[in-house]
Design a protein around this ligand. Sequence first.
Ligand SMILES: [Zn+2]
Length: 360
Amino acid sequence: MKKLTITLTLLIISSLNLFAQEDTKVVLITLDGFRWQELFTGADPLLVANNEYVHDTTDLKTRFWSENAEKRRKTLLPFIWNEVSQMGEIHGNRALGSKVNLTNSMWFSYPGYHEILSGFADDERITSNAKMNNPNATILELANNDSRYKGKVIAFASWDVFPFIINEERSGVPVNAGFEIAKGDKLTDKEVFLNQMQPKVPSPWGSVRLDAFTHYYALENMQKEHPRLVYVAYGETDDFAHDGEYDAYLKSAQQTDAMIKELWDFTQNDPFYKDQTLFIITTDHGRGTDPLKSWKDHGSKVKNAGDVWMILFGKGVSGKGEVAQKEQLYTTQIAPTILETLKISYDKENIQGKPLMSNN
Ligand SMILES: [Zn+2]
């Protein structure tokens, strides 16, 4: 009897281990229209002291400037370049041969997010940023349709088009986006406070809220509900760039780096997520460089606005750091990477990208 008990106990322990190994969580993050140029070289020498795009050039240079590009990028994005570069993979430094591109030909937001979230471009149907429900399923929808993940998938976004990109109606995935507040009958004190504050802090834009709201709604929800697949879509970088505010663009990127660190540090101090969570960060499109003023813009007429980047760290990712060899990756590889990680089956006719596993 004792032997049987021991055997049973061992069986239970080993099946628990097996379960634990398979119990990966994923946090997907996007920074709208953040250029690879700033990711890899920090503040742009042609813009940081340019009166046309900066209110206080002395202040901006004090905050972000150094002659040395490696120092500049560490100043701009300290979490990415001090911590993620040690434990993760950073793709898209074209100066070193690592290329990441979009496969859609539009080079603006909805098609970019569609390709990240659905795993393929649909240039026939996804041709504008209009609030049109996505005809295609996203990985969030595929996960929510899987009994193991049902009700454990959620999205937070600064831009109010995300409920349509994710097709909240059909997918059943809750999307807190734009100027929505937290809903439900067991709100935390912080959610109540965020709900009071958000309408009182004016956003510069009509359809995009400031990212701190998106971020803290997401973090509170992760602490409270422990979702297994979380999508956080920050938006400020794109809007400040369109407005031609290079100072705000840089400050926003630096704050977003700090917010990503906060999400990561939370997961590493929470037993549900600790050592079990894969983080992927990317962007929906690039922006121009030449002519200089095209840094404000993107779209198919802006040269090289389809050049992007991606970052992976956490569960299952080796620490090869900044990729310094020739490679060509595509945004469409993110969806299959997440589906493989979560062991969700999918139609390989639609989603053809090669998953980005650490040993590729
Ligand atoms: Zn965008």
